[in-house]
Design a protein around this ligand. Sequence first.
Ligand code: SF4
Ligand code: SF4
Length: 430
Amino acid sequence: MSFLTGPGREHLNGHKEETLHNEIVRVKPKKEVFVPLNNGSATKVDVYVNEGDKVFVGTLLARRNDHFNVPIYSPVSGVVGAKKNMMHSVLKPQEHLIIEDDGKYEKVESFKPLDYTVASREELVNFMMEAGIVGCGGAGFPSYLKYKNPVDINTLIINAVECEPYITSDYRFTKESLEDMLVGVRALLKMSTAPKAIIAIKKSKKEMCEQLEAVLKDDPSLSVFKTPDVYPMGWERTLVYEYCKKRYNRLPSEIGIIVNNVTTAIAFARALQYGEGIVEKVVTFSGDGLKTPTNVRVPFGTKVSEIVAQIGGYSSEDVMVIAGGPMMGKTIPTDEFVITNYSNAITILKNVKVEPMECMRCGRCNDACPAGLLPVRINNAEKMKDSDWMQKLRADQCIECGLCTYVCPSKIDVTEGVRRAKRVLALRKG
Ligand code: SF4
Ligand code: SF4
């Protein structure tokens, strides 16, 4: 079965009204930040500072130096402390570098700004690497890799769909940074070699669609692409298919397309204009487990527990903390973890005990899967510990969108079973 064979999309209750119309609130760490040195996949990270060193916002602290090159710049000014292993939003403990925040936010230019209109494509790609720009849509993949060797690229898609419930950080950040966003998109377009870029956004976001159409009207290379309000429209494969009705195997560049998140374009614009890497993040804190759902702007490395306390606290004693949205995010067993340089949301829900019932073999999970998988069968294969069957059912291609759990009338956490099967296959692969 191929991708998107079934309906594979659902209109979900967005819960976005809780934060959509409110301005972003600035929140500061209480006394220190914990800069993650690893997002769970780096094999070599060089640290350039020592305990006791004075640093500024923008000081180069460390660099991922394996098959990826990703510098990490200080999010606050203050003094370097010790290293500490603590929980990370990838759901594993990772090494963090403590910076004692002096509260002054004194800045240094991390690198010289660059005029994208005169810089060459190669200069821009190198600049993006040196700026440490990573995918800000929640993935954290180093963005320069997408632009290194573009071949026959016909369209750059700027993904502003933000389809998961509760999350509005992209919307708010874009609304408050339209000028920067346009600079970023134009620079990315030059790097992509494509003749045109489209900004993909849900048609239900009428006000933003109109605002974008007004600012783009005199530029024939940029346009707005309105998508249906369904989930998971922001998933790269769904979005690319919606735009050009074509599928690809591994990467959209195989069919001439590069996709980047809208807030990545904003981060890149800030690097180009002000010589700053990603030192702060706009993050949606939402869900019924919070008294006051809020979009916050914080230095990355700030603890989730501190942010929650500053925006009004929890609405219940028993909450579930999710790094990301409720569909694709990871449930973290503590709030003592930090905002990374690619976080976009923390969803906090009241813990409701759900008793699952027997599978009634209705097949709704199979119909809902946007990746064309058979989640109920993968669950059966996982229960029987039959890894050959899991492989045959392509469990490794699950994108963890959560739709199979969402549609299940028996309240079975089907996604969790598929996740376990994915882990089995990953271990088998080695
Ligand atoms: S979580 Fe995985 S198996 Fe379930 S619907 Fe999404 S892609 Fe399909
Ligand atoms: S949706 Fe739930 S009840 Fe229906 S087949 Fe899938 S697991 Fe079984």
